[in-house]
Design a protein around this ligand. Structure first.
Ligand SMILES: [Zn+2]
Length: 434
């Protein structure tokens, strides 16, 4: 899919269009000749264009307005699975900003297009609507100078504000691109949401159409998250006939099986590189102290940025659960057998965008061209996990400002120089799509 319309694009590979200026350019150009990347230009060259300079100025001078918008949007509650009100507001703002075909898909994602001369490369730039805070949370934002405080003010109201600032910067200066971009305010990024917005986007809404993906989250503008930490989450339930603790003694016990399974899991040795983690997070079951329970369960989480390592852990975990069950059934072999059910309750796919990928290199050069500093690569769990897992180049970048206390009621963001977030996002976008 990624290379599908290369020849149809009709643009010469960049290496034939431009002089090679440095060894890092050489490396970049080798990349830029691949597939759709043949459109891309180096950020420093893109930044030198008068129209782009003007767009950067527009972003800087309109930042106070977008900080106000960040606050206003954040005071529209968006608890898990109830992002609709905030989504409606974003749809209005997308329309007012001149995006085309503004629509809300089945998962509640808000989409708006800014077509280029060609349909491809097609970039999606996204920020998430949802928060971790339950319905009824006081979402009032307070402001002291440059410090904003309120639930979700950084994560991800900053991303939404940055998205709007990028759209505004492009529109005010009538910037044209060769490739196309769809801006998305997506749902379900946080824990329980299980990336449902992005999964819908890639698996249904824009299936097969997206070539590159950038998500904007709170974080330093020098952050380039190119690794997606995957996680598998399960509820494991052991069941059996249950009975009286005295009268039915001899029955296999679901809590016994659970204990044996957990002991087997805890004996699993995991690598530190790539990092693999596992955790039994909650446990429950039983009816009374004098009953052999008919049910016992626990919830389990395992993570790794490396999909192979995660899958290996997953196989060992499942074998350990089966072993716990078999041990318990063997111990009490003469009466009714137990069974076990392993139910997935959350799957965040792991993935990785190579440091050598054009999208990572362009982000790196954009950060340096804007004088922000040196890019820092890292791994995280965000909307980018979905495209990374599908092999679609994706990164998560910082929206600007300095955030603290994400996912807590004391979340803050210092918006000093926060305009650098949308400036960087725009420069990356333009460099990828020129
Ligand atoms: Zn977030």
């Amino acid at each position: 899919m990624l290379f599908a319309s290369v020849s149809a694009a009709g643009y010469a590979p960049i290496a034939t269009r431009r002089a090679i200026t440095s060894s890092s350019s050489l490396a970049l150009m080798a990349l830029l000749t691949i597939g759709h990347m043949s459109y891309a230009q180096e950020p420093a060259q893109v930044l030198a264009k008068p129209a782009v300079q003007q767009a950067m100025q527009v972003i800087k001078s309109s930042e106070p307005h977008f900080i106000d918008e960040q606050i206003r949007i954040c005071e529209i509650a968006a608890p898990p699975f109830h992002e609709d009100k905030r989504a409606e507001e974003l749809a209005k703002l997308f329309k007012a900003a001149g995006l085309e075909n503004v629509r809300i898909d089945k998962a509640g994602n808000v989409l708006g297009d800014r077509p280029g001369a060609e349909a491809h490369p097609h970039l999606v730039m996204a920020a998430h609507l949802d928060t971790v805070f339950p319905e009824g949370t006081d979402v009032h934002v307070t402001r002291t100078g440059n410090l904003l405080k309120g639930p979700g003010i950084g994560d991800d109201c900053r991303g939404l504000a940055a998205l709007l600032a990028v759209i505004h910067g492009m529109n005010e200066t009538k910037l044209k691109t060769k490739g196309s971009v769809t801006f998305v305010a997506d749902t379900g990024e946080e824990g329980q949401g299980d990336l449902r917005g992005t999964k819908e986007l890639f698996n249904t809404t824009l299936k097969g159409e997206i070539d590159e993906f950038i998500s904007i989250e709170p974080g330093g503008v020098d952050d380039v998250t190119n690794g997606g930490v995957g996680s598998y989450r399960y509820k494991v339930t052991f069941t059996g006939p249950g009975g009286h603790s005295y009268g039915a003694f001899g029955l296999a016990n679901p809590i016994g099986a659970l204990g044996r399974a957990v002991a087997h899991i805890d004996a699993i040795q995991v690598p530190t590189s790539p990092k693999v983690t596992f955790n039994e997070g909650t446990v429950g079951g039983g009816t009374s102290v004098n009953s052999i329970p008919f049910e016992a369960w626990f919830e389990f989480d395992e993570r790794s940025p490396d999909i192979k390592a995660l899958d290996e852990m997953d196989a060992k975990f499942k074998a350990a659960v089966q072993q716990g069950l078999d041990d318990e059934n063997a111990r009490w072999h003469d009466k009714g057998k137990l069974s076990v059910k392993i139910e997935p309750i959350g799957i965040r796919p792991a993935g990785h965008t190579e440091e050598s990928a054009a999208i990572v290199q362009i982000a790196t050069q954009s950060i340096s061209a804007l004088g922000i500093g040196k890019a820092r690569y890292g791994a995280g769990s965000s909307d980018s996990n979905v495209p990374m897992h599908l092999g679609i180049p994706a990164i998560t970048i910082g929206g600007g400002g300095k955030d603290a206390g994400a996912h807590s009621l004391n979340e803050t963001i210092d918006v000093t120089d926060s305009y650098k977030g949308p400036q960087n996002a725009l420069l990356i976008l333009l460099s990828l799509l020129q």
